[in-house]
Design a protein around this ligand. Structure first.
Ligand code: HEM
Length: 407
């Protein structure tokens, strides 16, 4: 295969956008398009990208009206009743069962939370309900392989091996989970699992069958790994903060406080170090940085979410009680921003009008934190957490915790 004249520059060679105001301006601009996942225009110019195999023509790679229309349709998955169903009927019982079983034991929080949260992913996509640990673990491991392979550009080693495994897992996901769920949609009187597949099947003109498959992959990987990866960061940072503010620990019984912990941890530990974009017109950013048309941009989510002009001189530190300027996202750009801002944000954190009532959806992240602390979770004194190596992403591989009555 001949080399293309045009090539997308390596991430390190892209123009780095680092301040809060500049990143906000880029994300909110209509003259900027996705660049990690190529839309049609980028594909024509630069050819395919590794993530096309997983997310090509999915919501994340669309632009303009096409994106707006599909997003409007899929937002229905996140209405308050839908979020209540996912949080209260899918997550809460599974979380309780696992917490009961874990009393008095030490466990890896990564495995624990994945096993619960993968059920949400299955339900959002519209797969058959996941009843047993084995199935939950199988789907979790397929989702994780695809997640890693999709972000192969962030990896610093083993890229070929990870891509190969990701593709194998994609095919296994299709065979074992996706195809049976799609088949069920066509069988009269078969149970309708709802979710994305049911929504798209009602509007057959929206997407082709292959795009529907990749949309399912997007929702699966975007929902399953992100919250699981964010949880240990929140607990680690909160524990260090409680060591200096012991009186605040009791507030973990309140959803509102758990939400502050979750939000502050997301600000400091976004799921990816950068979002990639490409400008389609010349523009000048608030800092005075001038962009040419066609320039590739690496939006630095870490520095922009720790911008001292916005979050104060202690922006790099964990402080869930930090005072915020009006109009600033408390989680920085952990959920992105603008048209592609995470569609699952309110499922993760709840919405602004949430009351302190456990029978209402509070957000998966605050709910998880509250229930873990209520069950007396503490860091395992015998085993230290380990982090993933060979990636720029800041992720835990293992996060040992112990359950029992809190000391
Ligand atoms: C802590 C949890 C989560 C974090 C930190 C997170 C982060 C993000 C970020 C940064 C983006 C923007 C990507 C870009 O602009 O290039 C995004 C988009 C998206 N997220 Fe999330 N996410 C989380 C949970 C979820 C959940 C639970 C779901 C679904 C149930 C979900 C579904 C999506 C989808 C479908 C998009 C694409 C939206 C679009 O392109 O319009 N995410 N997420």
């Amino acid at each position: 295969m001949g080399e293309r004249e045009n090539a997308v520059p390596a991430v390190e060679e892209m123009t780095s956008v680092t301040t809060y105001a500049d990143v906000a301006a880029v994300l909110n601009s209509l003259a900027v398009r996705q660049a990690l996942h190529h839309d049609r225009a980028l594909k024509q110019e630069f050819g395919p990208t590794p993530s096309d195999e997983f997310l090509g023509e999915s919501l994340l790679s669309l632009h303009g009206d096409e994106h707006f229309n599909r997003r409007r349709l899929e937002s229905r998955l996140f209405t308050k009743p839908s979020r209540a169903q996912l949080e209260l009927d899918v997550v809460w019982p599974a979380l309780h069962r696992l917490l009961q079983r874990s009393q008095g034991t030490s466990t890896d929080l990564m495995v624990f939370s994945r096993l619960v949260l993968i059920r949400v992913s299955g339900a959002v996509v519209g797969l058959a309900p996941i009843e047993d640990l084995e199935t939950a673990d199988r789907l979790r491991s397929l989702a994780e392989d695809m997640f890693l392979a999709n972000g192969v550009r962030y990896l610093t080693e083993n890229q070929d091996e990870i891509t190969r495994r990701g593709l194998e897992s994609r095919d296994a996901f299709r065979r074992e989970f996706y195809a049976p769920a799609v088949r069920a949609l066509t069988v009269q009187d078969a149970p309708d699992h709802g979710g994305l597949l049911s929504l798209l099947a009602e509007k057959p003109d929206t997407v082709s069958s292959e795009v529907m498959f990749r949309e399912a992959i997007l929702f699966l990987i975007a929902s399953s790994t992100t919250t699981t990866n964010a949880l240990p960061h929140a607990i680690w940072d909160a524990e260090r903060w409680f060591a200096r503010h012991p009186d605040e620990r009791a507030a973990m019984s309140e959803f509102a406080f758990c939400r502050l912990i979750a939000t502050e941890a997301l600000r400091l530990h976004p799921p990816v170090p950068r979002l990639l974009r490409r400008s389609t017109e010349p523009m000048t950013l608030p800092s005075g940085l001038k962009l040419r048309a066609g320039e590739f941009l690496a939006l630095d989510l870490i520095s922009s979410s720790q911008d001292p002009d916005v979050f104060g001189e202690d922006a790099g530190e964990f402080n869930p009680l930090r005072a915020l300027q009006k109009g600033v996202w408390p989680f920085g750009f952990a959920f992105g921003g603008g048209a592609h801002m995470c569609i699952g944000r309110t499922l993760v954190l709840g919405d602004g009008g949430t009351r302190e009532d456990e029978t209402e959806p509070q957000g998966l992240f605050p709910r998880f934190l509250r229930e873990l602390y209520k069950a007396g979770m503490r860091l395992d004194a015998e085993r230290s957490p380990t982090r993933r190596e060979g990636t720029e992403k800041n992720e835990y591989v293992e996060f040992p915790v112990a359950f029992g009555t809190a000391a």
